[in-house]
Structures are given as C-alpha cells and as structure tokens.
Design a protein around this ligand. Structure first.
Ligand SMILES: Cc1ncc(CN)c(N)n1
Length: 226
C-alpha cells in the first residue's frame, strides 16, 4: 500500500523528528516558554494555510464522503486546534500587539505556501498525499509523547499532547491514510510518484517546522530592510 511504503521510506526522517531537541524537551517538559511561544505563534499561522488547503481538498474531492472528511478537518484545524493555541497564547500573556510583532518565519511561510500551491496547481491525489503528514506525523509524535509522559503530573504541555494523542485525531489520521491509499491505487504511475514526493516534502517541512521553532528562525535579510 502507498501509505505503508512512503512511511517506511521516511523512517529515518520520522526518527529525526522524534529525536529533535524540540520534541525531546517537549516530552521532558523542559522546553522553554520562548521556544514554545514561537512555535505556537507560527503554528497558528500555519493552521490557517493548512485549513485552506483542506477546504480546497474538500472542493476537489471526487467522493462525497471524502469531501465531508476534508471539510470537517478544515474546520477542526481552525476550531479545535486554534482553541489549544489560544489557551497557550493567553497563558504566555501574549497580546494582539505582541503577535502582530512576530514575523512569519521562512519555514512557516515555505510550508504554508507549499500546501497552498499544491492545493491550487497539483492533481487532487497529490494534494491528499501532501496534507497526510500533517495528520500522521502529529498523531505519531502525540501518541509517543503520551506514552513517554504517562504518570507525569502537571506536565506543562499536557494540553498539546492530549490534542494529538486523542483517539479522535487517530481516527482522522486513519481516514486520511485510507483516502490517500485509495487514490494511489486508482491513479497512474506518474501521479503516484508525485504523491510520494509531496508526502516526503511535507514530512521534511514538519522536521523543519520544529527546527525553526528550536532556533527561533528569522529572515537572514531582515536587518537590510527598513
Ligand atoms: C506544522 C504543523 N503540522 C501539523 C499540525 C497538525 N495539524 C500542526 N498543528 N502543525
């Protein structure tokens, strides 16, 4: 099956995501607030782009049930996930002015633009493969963090871990995988290859997203602009 195949081929990258200092510190509860705040602010922006890509997937879906799934996921990305973010933004005491003053990072813009370009210009099966890591990688990391932090009371990132280890999120991930497998099984070789490339690129961006938060990435050219 397509999903099993691309997941196996991404094994080293997935391991690198799990072993990234951002995620090991998140798991240990030692991740500093500045890095997490940076991540949350970028992620709120990313989720808008992700939600739009899902809405476009819904519009382009050839199967009604798939259209419903993508539309519901587009809503969930902005509703459920953003509620999580809003909670942390409040906890960190970030005001609207603070948020407006934090620029969108190169990686956040790159990932968001990649998803939106794929949604607008690539075949629908390629779009399904491009959004799949956004479900699968988070579900994988979320459930691993839940296992690793079981029994830890007052974990500072418990709400984040709970969101992505939730059985309902696992169910959505399963649905996204089934849709992608079905599309891969019924398309031509060239599109299947493009699907694999889109899956790998999105998974690379997932690693980069955590890495950019760890380093609080900025534009290297910013100082030359007024
Ligand atoms: C960067 C990123 N990728 C995926 C997810 C999970 N929807 C997220 N919140 N942020």
């Amino acid at each position: 099956m397509f999903c099993d195949d691309v997941w196996k081929r991404s094994a080293r990258l997935i391991r690198a995501i799990h072993e990234h200092p951002f995620n090991t510190a998140l798991s240990a509860g030692t991740l500093d607030r500045e890095r997490f705040a940076f991540y949350i602010v970028q992620d709120a922006r990313y989720l808008e782009a992700f939600s739009r890509a899902l809405a476009l997937a819904s519009a382009r879906a050839t199967d009604t049930e798939d259209a419903v799934f993508f539309a519901e996921s587009a809503h969930a990305a902005l509703a459920a996930e953003r509620t999580l973010h809003a909670g942390y933004i409040e906890e960190f005491g970030l005001t609207a002015d603070d948020l407006a003053g934090i620029g969108t990072s190169p990686t956040c813009l790159g990932y968001s633009s990649f998803l939106q370009a794929t949604a607008l210009a690539d075949p629908y099966p390629v779009l399904a493969a491009a959004v799949l890591p956004c479900f699968w990688v988070y579900q994988d990391v979320g459930t691993t963090l839940l296992e690793n932090t079981a029994g830890v009371e007052d974990h500072p990132y418990r709400a984040w871990i709970a969101t992505y280890s939730d059985p309902a999120f696992a169910e959505s991930t399963e649905r996204a995988k089934n849709i992608t497998d079905r599309l891969a099984a019924t398309t031509d070789d060239a599109t299947r290859e493009a699907m694999a490339r889109a899956f790998f690129r999105a998974t690379e961006y997932e690693w980069m997203f955590w890495d950019s938060a760890w380093h609080r990435e900025t534009w290297p050219t910013a100082e030359w602009l007024a």
